[in-house]
Ligand binder design. Structure first.
Ligand code: FCB
Length: 470
């Protein structure tokens, strides 16, 4: 049974969620599927990158990953056992179009067809992400995201998926984390395609936003029922001190990282101060681009892990007294709440889903094989509490997806960093639900979880303050 180890809910204080709150878990194709060259799949930039010496820690690759491609039934059974109501997965573009455009590979489509059918049979809502970083290598050869044409190929790819899956998949996420794609893929070069050029990165960011806009139109063209969103990574930025230089540095970082995407999407312009600062590096735009980018969305996906503390001299890497995950990311649940409240006040937002939230910690395996990941459990619990406080403060939050369902290929860091609520033994590929997974399962079944008195009161006081403001 999934809820062993956890006894609920006779606690004196509980944090409870609305009955229709959507409890989910997320993954991405390259991180879990494996089968990198099977059934007609084309090569992607992550295949090429991980097969290149010196790019990924321990020379790990996604060739096999969690072998999800061949273990669909087992993985859906695990999802069902945990009780998740929604599953966010991504579609590998080069499974559908081995060359990025042109001929469709029916075997690739069939895999996602089966996935969707099996999810629905298990009463799990599919949330499909069209692009989680694995561009077909053939498109990289014509310039990848630096080439405007790729945004049109993306729209064609979206149209094919909408035609084949749109009768069963209602919720679509166009692009996952454009900031990471542009900056880590094209400025620092730590991710595929490994380019280091800031001007190119800014053009890539623009083409990603444009691709998002065009795909939104394509997805909606066939299906009036379709709901479309984008998943943005957001790190609220805090100044290291009250000194005006630090505050200014924090404001600038937030504008470069978050506003550069939020303003075009929700206000139809790039932040003017940063545009000026970038000078000759700014992207080339065409006249109608901003209106294509800023169409109304059905939801906004937010991926939240940590905050950034900045001073005049750069990012502060360690805050004394703070807990850090294995990624060296500070654990900051209160900043999560602040972020949700602040963006909901500044922008006119559609409903929000947390499309990723979770933590990498080293798991302790007990002599009897239980995976004791107390740190991850507390991380999830504390972030869910802050999400709930934000809801009481007026944030229109509809659901939450844990990153991740399974331990998986953590990009340039390979298999060392484990984010799963389900443990994967990468030698045998055996899956074991972790303690955090059992806890999450109980939370889903009980629409909440026991809490300390002060946590419970924090939510009550957010509710009271909100009704006073009304
Ligand atoms: C996000 C990515 C996701 C995973 C988590 C830890 O930036 O979207 O694929 O790697 O970080």
């Amino acid at each position: 049974m999934a809820d062993k180890n956890v006894s609920f809910p006779t606690a004196e204080y509980c944090v409870t969620f609305p009955r229709n709150f959507l409890w989910g878990a997320a993954t991405a194709a390259y991180q879990i599927e494996g089968a990198w060259n099977e059934d007609g799949k084309g090569e992607s930039i992550w295949d090429r990158f991980s097969h290149t010496e010196g790019t990924v820690r321990n020379s790990d690759t996604g060739d096999v990953a969690c072998d999800h491609y061949h273990r669909l039934d087992e993985d859906i059974k695990i999802m069902k056992e945990i009780g998740i109501r929604a599953y966010r997965f991504s579609i590998s573009w080069s499974r559908i179009f081995p060359d990025g455009h042109g001929l469709v590979n029916l075997a690739g489509l069939d895999f996602y067809n089966r996935l969707v059918d099996k999810l629905l049979a298990a009463r799990i809502q599919p949330f499909a992400t069209l692009y989680h970083w694995d561009l077909p290598q053939k498109l990289q050869e014509i310039g990848g995201w630096t080439n405007r044409e790729v945004s049109s190929h993306f729209a064609d790819y979206a149209a094919v998926l909408s035609k084949h899956l749109g009768d069963r998949v209602q919720n679509w996420i166009t692009i996952n984390e454009p900031w990471v794609i542009a900056n880590i893929g094209h400025k620092t070069g730590e991710h595929a395609p490994g380019i280091k050029d800031e001007k190119m990165a800014l053009q890539v960011a623009h083409h990603l936003l444009l691709a998002h806009g065009k795909a939104t139109q394509a997805l909606r063209a066939d299906n009036s029922n379709t709901k479309v969103g984008i998943a943005l990574d957001m790190r609220p930025t805090a100044p290291a001190s009250d000194a005006p230089e630090d505050i200014e540095a924090a404001t600038k970082t937030w504008s470069r990282e978050a506003r550069w995407y939020m303003d075009p999407l929700f206000k139809a312009y790039y932040p003017p101060d940063i545009w000026t600062e970038y000078g000759s590096k700014v992207p080339v735009l065409k006249p109608r681009d901003m209106s294509v980018i800023s169409q109304n969305l059905d939801f906004l996906g937010i991926n939240y892990y940590t905050r950034t503390v900045v001073s005049d001299s750069g990012v502060v890497s360690k805050i004394p007294g703070s807990q850090y995950t294995e990624m060296n990311w500070e654990v900051t649940p209160e900043s999560f709440c602040r972020l949700l409240v602040d963006i909901s006040r500044e922008y006119n937002l559609p409903p929000i889903y947390i499309t990723e939230n979770g933590a990498a910690f080293n798991d302790r395996i007990s002599p009897t094989g239980e995976i004791e990941d107390e740190d991850r459990l507390s991380y999830l619990k504390n972030h869910l509490i802050q999400a709930r406080v934000a809801m009481e403060d007026g944030v229109n939050l509809q659901g939450y997806f844990v990153w991740s369902l399974l331990d998986n290929f953590e990009w340039a860091l390979g298999y060392e960093k484990r984010f799963g609520i389900v443990h994967v033994d990468f030698d045998t590929l055996k899956r074991t639900i972790k303690k955090s997974g059992h806890w999450y399962s109980s939370a889903i079944k009980n629409f909440g979880f026991p809490s300390a008195k002060d946590e419970h009161e924090q939510i009550a006081s957010a509710a009271a303050q909100r009704s006073e403001r009304r």
